[in-house]
Design a protein around this ligand. Structure first.
Ligand SMILES: O=C(O)CC1=CCC(=O)O1
Length: 96
C-alpha cells in the first residue's frame, strides 16, 4: 500500500545541540536504509519549512506505524498520514 506522509519537525529549542545533531544523524541513517529497501519511496523537503513529504510503500497500516514510530525524531514530529490508491484515470503503470 502507498501512503503520503507529512512530517513536521519541531525540535525543542532547549534540546542541547549535540543531542539534536546525534538524533538527526540517526534519523538520516534510518531513513536511508528504508529508502534503499524500497519501503520509503520518496522524500521531499517542503520549501520554507522544517518538514518533509514522503511516500511509503509498505504492507499495511501496522507496518507503516512500526516504521514511523521507530523514527529517531518521532517524539519531535507532528505526522499526518494519507493512504493512497491508484486513480482510475492514471496512465502510468508505476502509479500503484
Ligand atoms: O528533516 C526531516 O524532514 C526529518 C527527516 C525524516 C527523514 C530524515 O532523514 O529527516
Amino acid at each position: 500500500m502507498l501512503y503520503h506522509v507529512f512530517m513536521d519537525v519541531k525540535i525543542p529549542r532547549d534540546l542541547p545541540a549535540e543531542e539534536a545533531a546525534e538524533i538527526i544523524a540517526r534519523e538520516k541513517a534510518y531513513s536511508q536504509d528504508l529508502q534503499r529497501s524500497g519501503k520509503w519511496r520518496h522524500i521531499w523537503r517542503v520549501a520554507g519549512q522544517y518538514a518533509n513529504i514522503s511516500i511509503f510503500d509498505v504492507r499495511d497500516n501496522a507496518e507503516l506505524h512500526e516504521i514511523l514510530s521507530g523514527l529517531p525524531l518521532f517524539p519531535f514530529m507532528d505526522i499526518k498520514v494519507t493512504p493512497l490508491l491508484r486513480h482510475p484515470s492514471a496512465v502510468r503503470e508505476d502509479d500503484s
